[in-house]
Design a protein around this ligand. Structure first.
Ligand SMILES: Nc1nc2c(ncn2[C@@H]2O[C@H](COP(=O)(O)OP(=O)(O)OP(=O)(O)O)[C@@H](O)[C@H]2O)c(=O)[nH]1
Length: 318
């Protein structure tokens, strides 16, 4: 297998840090907007690298001195049912696996029961990760209200028995203090090389990312034999119905499209071995990217001269 893009070759400066963070907070606290602002409105796709997280990656902040991987966690809810209880267990498990948690507390809202519940739950973990309080939406308030908000955040320490690793006001709209926040998070990551190659960053929809992952997996294997005459089409992709929320399964039906019968043979390989290997590798990478178990149905199709046929090109989305 060839080395993924640039990680292996790149010099890793001394003291480089890498690791995982997640943002928590009540609905509307500004978590998504903050993630996008930090990452630069891009979803990062990390392919061809051993994966160290089972969770969906929301974005990757790459800096010369650090790589911060932001992961998605579902919200924590006051549990009313057994399923709710289980979901909360999952969320808690995620919290203990990240290196730092950013707790988003919007400056234009008073700290309420929802916030104290959430931070209280973080405090109760057997091993609470470092917590960085993020006073979001700083652009919406003046200095007096911000000061009051920061005091209220500080007061949670005594009330809930936690210690903030840092308290940082930010605005994702004016970008105010985003670099300070990134610094505060990075400081809590362990030293280590980047976990994901830097290159591949895209804001493409999930289906395109998945198609691209499969294409990369194939090309890694057959690049010399069929450099450009292969493309991947996602025929259908969706969560399997009838599965419980804590055991989702994503069905992906994909076709690798080649131009000639002889190329089909190359991709399938002796007794289908190559196709199986490509399918297995792609499936693992899709799972790591999207954070869901995947059922991948991968086929090879011949579309004669697809690269020159406008009808085929349209269908394939070019
Ligand atoms: N003025 C201002 N508005 C913001 C800022 N950050 C987020 N918002 C707005 O606040 C609303 C909620 O932001 P989201 O990022 O969707 O919040 P969230 O925490 O991801 O929300 P959920 O997905 O419901 O948990 C949106 O209308 C954003 O545009 C900010 O820094 N300043």
């Amino acid at each position: 297998m060839t080395a993924p893009s640039s990680t292996a070759a790149r010099e890793v400066p001394e003291g480089h840090r890498s690791g995982f963070a997640c943002f928590v907070g009540r609905p509307n606290a500004g978590k998504s907007t903050l993630t996008n602002a930090l990452v630069g409105s891009k979803v990062a796709i990390a392919s061809a690298k051993p994966q160290t997280t089972r969770h969906a990656i929301r974005g990757i902040v790459n800096r010369p001195d650090a790589q911060l991987v932001l992961i998605d966690t579902p919200g924590l809810h006051r549990p009313r049912t057994l399923l709710g209880e289980r979901l909360n267990d999952l969320v808690r498990a995620t919290w203990t696996e990240v290196d730092v948690v950013g707790v988003c507390l919007p400056a234009d809202q008073r700290i309420g029961p929802g916030d104290t519940y959430l931070v209280g739950e973080l405090a109760k973990l057997p091993r609470t990760p470092p917590l960085v309080a993020v006073a979001t939406k700083s652009d919406l308030v003046g200095p007096t209200r911000m000061a009051e908000h920061l005091m209220a955040i500080q007061a949670l320490e005594d009330k809930l028995g936690i210690t903030w690793a840092d308290i940082v006001p930010v605005s994702s709209v004016t970008d105010d203090q985003l670099d300070v926040l990134a610094g505060a998070l990075v400081e809590r990551l362990p030293e280590g090389p980047p976990l994901y190659p830097e290159g591949v960053i895209t804001d493409e929809p999930e289906e395109t990312l998945v198609a691209e992952l499969i294409r990369e997996a194939v090309l890694e294997d057959v690049r010399d034999e069929l450099p450009h005459s292969i493309t991947v089409a996602i025929e259908e992709m969706g969560l399997r119905e009838g599965r419980s929320d804590d055991r989702p399964l994503l069905d992906v039906y994909a076709s690798m499209i080649v131009e000639r019968d002889s190329q089909k043979g190359i991709v399938i390989g002796h007794r289908g071995e190559r196709l199986r290997a490509i399918g297995e590798k792609s499936r693992r990478q899709i799972e790591a990217l999207l954070g869901t178990p995947v059922y991948l149905d991968l086929r090879v199709k011949v579309l004669k001269e697809w690269q020159r046929n406008p009808k085929h090109l349209n269908r394939l989305g070019f």
